[in-house]
Design a protein around this ligand. Structure first.
Ligand code: CP
Length: 307
């Protein structure tokens, strides 16, 4: 039996397949709790969780906070605006001060890749990565995989295509590691300027046309173009991107009938994904959001068990 021994969740790259399965199995139990009339459990009673979001978030921040409430934790929320970061305090000083207030777990989102690894190495309290730059977003990948298993029974042997701005996507990096470790066949697709070829070294198929990415896919995960992380233009125009790589009623004809459509959100409607498909019967996008709650309850609970 796998026992959880990590004080931090930084990246799926760090975890082995059994650790990923342990989180998913624990999330399945917490999903049952979320479907009860009484949705709260006392497993984090007396523990303090600090949500420290230096980058914007809707889904991740809300579902972490709700997960913490459901687990009966004491919760503090800190945003960059209004904190002493704006007066020039360093990140390390900030989190050391949070720890000095006896925080048990810090859930952080930060624009700098590796920020969580840095602070975790200086803190005794737990650190959960809620997204760091273009590097890692482990709980997003876990909720994606949880949703795929719910819909398809397993990820082993499934064909999963991730399409869009792979270069700037922490979701893509986390999905790829998690899916590969659990035995999925992963294809990535997008404009060649947004498609890092190094993923081929770990068995990912890299294609630069949409039809090739769609035709065998059991699961299609569309990614947002991350304009905020692009310092130069990687393709001529948003319209051109939508015409060549957008999933819409026209290009969806390449999909298998039982393929499911995923998106981590927020969606650029009409760019990477047409509204008719985002809101259609093959979309599992809102189920991903629902499953994020159970996955984040599982992560916080497992980390809280480590002394
Ligand atoms: N998927 C995701 O991380 O969404 P938010 O940025 O709204 O948290």
């Amino acid at each position: 039996m796998t026992v959880w021994r990590r004080k931090d969740l930084l990246s799926l790259y760090d975890l082995d397949a059994d650790e990923i399965r342990l989180i998913l199995d624990t999330a399945a139990e917490f999903k049952k709790v979320s479907e009860r009339r009484l949705k709260k459990v006392p497993v984090l009673r007396g523990k303090t969780v600090v949500n420290f979001f230096v980058e914007p978030s809707t889904r991740t921040r809300t579902s972490f906070e709700l997960a913490e409430q459901r687990l009966s934790a004491d919760i503090i929320n800190i945003a960059a605006v209004g904190s002493s970061l704006s007066k020039g305090e360093t990140l390390l000083d900030t989190v050391k001060n949070i720890e000095a207030l006896q925080a048990d777990i810090i859930v952080m989102r930060h624009s700098a890749a590796g920020a969580h690894n840095f602070i975790a190495s200086h803190l005794k309290c737990g650190v959960v990565n809620a997204g760091d730059g273009a590097h890692s977003h482990p709980t997003q990948a876990l909720l994606d995989i949880f949703t795929i298993i719910e819909k398809k029974g397993s990820v082993e042997g499934l064909n999963v295509s991730i399409i869009g701005d792979i270069r700037h996507s922490r979701v893509a990096r986390s999905d790829i590691w998690g899916l590969i470790k659990l035995g999925a066949n992963v294809t990535i697709a997008g404009p060649s300027t947004l498609l890092p070829k190094e993923f081929e070294k770990i068995g990912v198929k890299v294609v630069d046309n949409l039809e090739a990415a769609l035709e065998d896919a059991d699961v299609v995960n569309l990614l947002r173009i991350q304009h905020e992380r692009q310092k130069v233009s990687y393709f001529p125009s948003v319209n051109e991107y939508a015409n060549i790589f957008g999933l819409n009623e026209n290009t969806a004809k390449y999909l298998k009938k039982d393929a499911i459509i995923m998106h981590p959100g927020p969606i650029n409607r009409g760019v990477e994904l047409a509204s008719s498909l985002a809101d259609g019967p093959r979309s599992v996008i809102l189920e991903q959001v629902t499953n994020g709650l159970a996955v984040r309850m599982a992560v916080l609970y497992l980390i809280s068990t480590v002394e």
